[in-house]
Structure formats: structure tokens, C-alpha cells
Design a protein around this ligand. Structure first.
Ligand SMILES: [Zn+2]
Length: 131
């Protein structure tokens, strides 16, 4: 049985990040559909599953590999965007972000230092701010 399966999977593409995304995404949508009774959601979920399995058993590994590369490109852009948001949130806890009144350059100032003079690193403009 195991040998048969191995022979069957030979030369086939298998599961990559895009495939995992498709199958787990489909599962997540199905769960949401179950709880919200939005049966229409089952259609994209089933399509995603079918496409995911089609890719897994596909013998056109070159094409599947390129699909995965495209997916990873988009995925990384999203990831970068959310990481950036997270970093900004963390910075806001300890720093104020002010814009220079002259050139609008954003300047990070640590909180809790009272009234301080800020010097813009870009244009040299000085201004007073509460930190
Ligand atoms: Zn400036």
C-alpha cells in the first residue's frame, strides 16, 4: 500500500506553501461558513480545496513552482505590511512621532522627558515639543 502511494506520488508536485495556504484557508472558510450559516462561502472553499489537490498531484512541477513563487511574493508583502504596523504600535508606546514643521520629516522622540528642543536631522529646524 505504501509502495503504491509512493509510486503514485512519484514525479508529482506535492505540498508547498501555496498548497498549505489553499487547504488551511479552505478549512478556515468552511468553519466560518458552518458557524455563520453562509453556505455560499462553501463554494470558494471547495474550489480552493480542489485546486490545492490538483496542484499537489500535478506533474507540471515547473508551473506549480512558479505559482508558489508568485504566492510567496504576495504573502511576503502582506507580512511586511503587518510587521511594519506591529513595529509602529510598539514604537508608539515608548516614543512620540512628530513631523518637522518645516520639511515634514518624521522624528521619533522618547516619551517622558518633559519639554524638549527637537532638532530635525534632515533640515536642521529646531522646535519645542512635549515628550
Ligand atoms: Zn525638517
Amino acid at each position: 500500500m505504501r509502495e503504491k502511494l509512493q509510486r503514485f506520488m512519484m514525479g508529482r508536485y506535492g505540498l508547498d506553501q501555496f498548497g498549505k495556504f489553499l487547504t488551511w484557508g479552505a478549512l478556515a472558510i468552511l468553519i466560518v461558513a458552518m458557524f455563520t450559516k453562509l453556505t455560499l462561502l462553501e463554494i470558494p472553499a471547495v474550489l480552493m480545496l480542489v485546486y490545492g489537490y490538483f496542484r499537489m498531484f500535478s506533474k507540471n512541477t515547473y508551473k506549480r513552482y512558479n505559482e508558489n513563487m508568485k504566492f510567496m511574493g504576495i504573502f511576503n508583502k502582506f507580512k511586511w505590511f503587518f510587521d511594519q504596523k506591529k513595529r509602529n504600535m510598539q514604537t508608539r508606546k515608548t516614543h512620540h512621532i512628530y513631523a518637522c514643521p518645516k520639511c515634514r520629516q518624521k522624528i521619533k522622540i522618547p516619551k517622558g522627558k518633559g519639554r524638549i528642543m527637537v532638532r530635525c536631522p534632515k533640515c536642521g529646524q529646531e522646535f519645542e515639543k512635549n515628550s
